[in-house]
Design a protein around this ligand. Structure first.
Ligand code: HEC
Length: 110
């Protein structure tokens, strides 16, 4: 019996380190995620948000672009900071998001 309990404990702790995702929006659950759920899903899919990567300045300039040209509303300073911290921590720049080039021997013969 104790062995079974140990196994169950082990299995149930297996995804303790997995990052949780909100099933409705696909947003990673981390501090500030509700702000993004509240402010970033009205005009386009959350997919557009989660597919993007940038540092804090990059996210800031995307938001400014939407405010200047796409009718995105203004945020108070605390809200904006929360949104930018969440986005730059959860969706930071990635070094190389493209696949490696296809090997020459796999390319069509020209
Ligand atoms: C008032 C409407 C509106 C809201 C609210 C909005 N956006 Fe956008 N956003 C747009 C429009 C319009 C586009 C351009 C969509 C397209 O190209 O199809 C866009 C594009 C984007 C893109 C793609 C830009 C790129 O360069 O790849 C990202 C990322 C994005 N929005 C993130 C956000 C985030 C984060 C929030 C919340 C802070 C947000 N959006 C809230 C209107 C909005």
């Amino acid at each position: 019996m104790p062995k079974l309990i140990l196994i169950l404990l082990f299995l149930s702790s297996a995804n303790v380190f997995a990052v949780d995702k909100d099933l409705n929006t696909g947003l990673l659950i981390a501090p500030g995620w509700e702000l993004v759920r509240m402010h970033c899903g009205a005009c386009h899919s959350y997919r557009l948000v989660t597919a993007q990567r940038a540092d804090k300045e990059g996210w800031r300039s995307m938001i400014q672009w939407m405010q200047e040209t796409q009718n995105l509303w203004e945020f108070d300073a605390i809200t904006e900071e929360g949104i930018l911290n969440y986005l730059s921590n959860s969706y930071p720049p990635q070094a190389n998001r493209r696949r490696a080039p296809i090997a020459k021997n796999l390319m069509p013969i020209m």
